[in-house]
Write a protein that binds this ligand. Structure first.
Ligand SMILES: C[S@@+](CC[C@H](N)C(=O)[O-])C[C@H]1O[C@@H](n2cnc3c(N)ncnc32)[C@H](O)[C@@H]1O
Length: 272
C-alpha cells in the first residue's frame, strides 16, 4: 500500500517533506473511514489528488482563488473563491459535508487575518467535534519578507512578562494557545475554572499547527469530577495510540477535553 509520501511524490503535492510524516501519523488510523476533508489552497491540485488517493472513502473539497481544471472523481469538488469568504465556506460545507468536516487543512494565503477568519468560521460551524484543523506554514509570521510577517525581535524578560513574537501567523497560533488554556483563565488554583476550551488538544510542529475540536458538551464549564466521565472516541480517536491515552488513569485536562464526533456540531458553544 502506498504511503502518503509516495502518493505526494506521484501527485505533485506542494508539501514540504517534513509535513507528510505528521499527516501520516495523524491520519493513518482513519485512512479507510468515510471522512469529509476540506483543503484551503489547491494550487495545481497536487494535494487534492493526494488526499483523494490516500483517503479512498472520503469526500473531499478544495478551495482556491484560482483553481485549475482537474480530472477528479465524483468524491472530490473544487471551489473557486476566497478563504475569508465565510458565506462561501458555509456553501461548501452544505454541499460537501452537511454534517461537518472531519478534517480541515489550511494551506492557503498564510495571512493571519484570513487564516483566523476561516479558522473560527469553519471550526465553530463546520468542523465535527473530534475533528482536526491543520494550519500550515504558520512560520511565515517570522519572515520579514512575508506580507504580514516580521523579523523576530527578542525583548528581555521583565518581571512577570516573557515577551514573544506575535506577528502574523505566529501571533494567530499563539492566540489559539489562549483558547486551549481557557480553563486556566481564572483567579488562581482554588478559584473556579474558566470555561472549558473548545480544543481537546493542540499539536505544534515547525510550521504545522494541529487543533483537535473538543466535544460540544465540553465547551461549557464542567467540574473536574464530571469531567472524568466525559471520555469518548470518534473517528479521529480510533487509533490504538489514541485509545491507549484514554481512561481513568489520565489527568483531568485530558479527560475534560477529549472529544467525540458523534456529538452534534450544533451543540451549544461559548462565544470567543
Ligand atoms: C501553498 S499553495 C497550495 C498548495 C497545495 N495545497 C498543495 O499542497 O499542493 C497556496 C494556494 O492558496 C491560494 N490562495 C492564496 N490566497 C488565497 C485566498 N485568500 N483564498 C483562496 N485561495 C488562496 C493560491 O492561489 C495557491 O494556489
Amino acid at each position: 500500500m502506498e504511503t502518503l509520501q509516495q502518493i505526494a511524490a506521484r501527485t505533485g503535492a506542494y508539501k514540504p517533506d517534513a509535513y507528510l510524516p505528521i499527516y501520516q501519523r495523524l491520519f493513518e488510523p482513519v485512512r479507510f473511514m468515510p471522512l469529509t476533508l476540506l483543503e484551503l489552497g489547491v494550487l495545481q491540485g497536487g494535494s487534492v489528488k493526494m488526499w483523494e488517493a490516500y483517503f479512498p472513502y472520503a469526500r473531499i473539497a478544495g478551495l482556491d482563488l484560482d483553481p485549475p481544471e482537474l480530472p477528479l472523481s465524483d468524491r472530490v469538488r473544487v471551489f473557486a473563491g476566497d478563504q475569508g469568504d465565510t458565506r462561501l465556506l458555509a456553501h461548501i460545507a452544505a454541499e460537501v459535508a452537511p454534517d461537518g468536516f472531519d478534517i480541515v487543512i489550511d494551506d492557503c494565503a498564510h495571512i493571519a487575518k484570513l487564516a483566523k477568519a476561516s479558522f473560527w468560521h469553519l471550526f465553530d460551524n463546520h468542523l465535527k467535534a473530534g475533528g482536526v484543523y491543520c494550519i500550515e506554514d504558520w512560520g511565515t509570521g517570522y519572515w520579514p519578507t512575508w506580507p504580514d510577517g516580521g523579523r523576530l525581535v527578542v525583548q528581555p524578560d521583565s518581571g512577570r512578562r516573557m515577551p514573544s513574537h506575535d506577528v502574523g501567523m505566529v501571533g494567530f497560533v499563539k492566540q489559539l494557545i489562549d483558547e486551549l488554556s481557557a480553563p486556566e483563565i481564572r483567579e488562581g488554583v482554588d478559584a473556579p475554572e474558566g470555561r472549558a476550551s473548545k480544543f481537546s488538544e493542540m499539536q505544534l510542529y515547525d510550521s504545522v499547527c494541529v487543533v483537535k475540536k473538543a466535544a460540544a458538551e465540553l465547551t461549557r464549564p464542567v467540574s473536574k469530577a464530571a469531567s472524568h466521565s466525559a471520555e469518548r472516541s470518534g473517528p479521529l480517536c480510533a487509533s490504538r495510540r489514541c485509545a491507549s491515552s484514554h481512561g481513568p488513569g489520565n489527568d483531568v485536562r485530558r479527560a475534560r477535553s477529549s472529544a467525540g464526533s458523534a456529538i452534534p456540531v450544533s451543540g451549544q458553544r461559548p462565544s470567543h
